[in-house]
Design a protein around this ligand. Structure first.
Ligand code: C5P
Length: 218
């Protein structure tokens, strides 16, 4: 591990989308490149933390110095996160699918000529951030993300209360953030809101990692 203010600390980071299979060839997913979550994992490792990066399917490489746990579904992601505990902090940056097909069909669903397709019935996925925030082995600092296109701050404050986490990094995704290299975020905590300038995702990650180091030092 690198030397730094997070030496001896363990941080769990979720990143990427989850894939929720409908049958062996089809799935439901959210759009997520994993760039911001992976960058945060890398920045935490650079400050000396032991990082467990629990990631859904992404096309990017894990940052150096982090232990990667590759998962597919939200259920897998939750199990991997719980298995990684205890942790000093957790950052939930994954774009977890809120719903999964209620039934996972074993064989490929066939097109039947002249017949309309069967409807897809959805079931609710576990909320990993909320589960962690209320966990018996809750990390001392739990950070969530909020991707919003409007009422960014109000929605983030609502999320903070609803999920029970300590900080929400509110992400204004009304522009070209999804899949892009820059991000405009606001750090929402119980004590207020900080507006950060538009920054490269690596810089957002470095600032957030530094803030996490400060918080854990207190
Ligand atoms: O409720 P919403 O999806 O907008 O909240 C986003 C935050 O919650 C992110 O931090 C995301 O990683 C987390 N989340 C989660 N599990 C879910 C849904 C969201 O951890 N099933």
């Amino acid at each position: 591990f690198a030397d730094g203010p997070l030496k001896g600390r363990h941080v769990v980071v979720t990143s990427g989308p989850t894939h929720e299979p409908l049958d062996p060839v089809r799935y439901i997913a959210n759009r997520s490149s994993g760039r911001q979550g992976h960058a945060i994992a890398g920045a935490l490792a650079a400050l000396g933390a032991r990082v467990t990066l629990v990631s859904g399917p992404v096309a990017i490489a894990p940052p150096p110095g982090v232990a990667i746990v590759a998962v597919e579904t939200a259920a897998d992601m939750l199990a991997a996160v719980e298995a990684a505990l205890p942790a000093d902090a957790a950052v939930c940056a994954a774009a977890v699918a809120d719903f999964r097909p209620a039934e996972r069909v074993t064989g490929k669903i066939k097109k039947i000529p002249g017949q309309p397709p069967a409807p897809i019935v959805l079931a609710l996925n576990p909320d990993i951030l909320a589960t962690l925030s209320h966990h018996a082995a809750r990390p001392g600092l739990v950070v969530g993300f909020a991707a919003e296109t409007s009422n960014v701050i109000a929605n983030a404050q609502d999320k903070l209360a609803r999920k029970g986490c300590d900080w929400v990094v509110a992400n204004d995704v009304s522009g070209d953030v999804m899949g892009g290299t820059e991000n405009t975020v606001h750090l929402v905590t119980a004590s207020g809101v900080e507006d950060w300038p538009r920054l490269p995702k690596a810089e957002v990650a470095a600032r957030l990692a530094a803030r996490i180091a400060d918080a854990l030092a207190k």
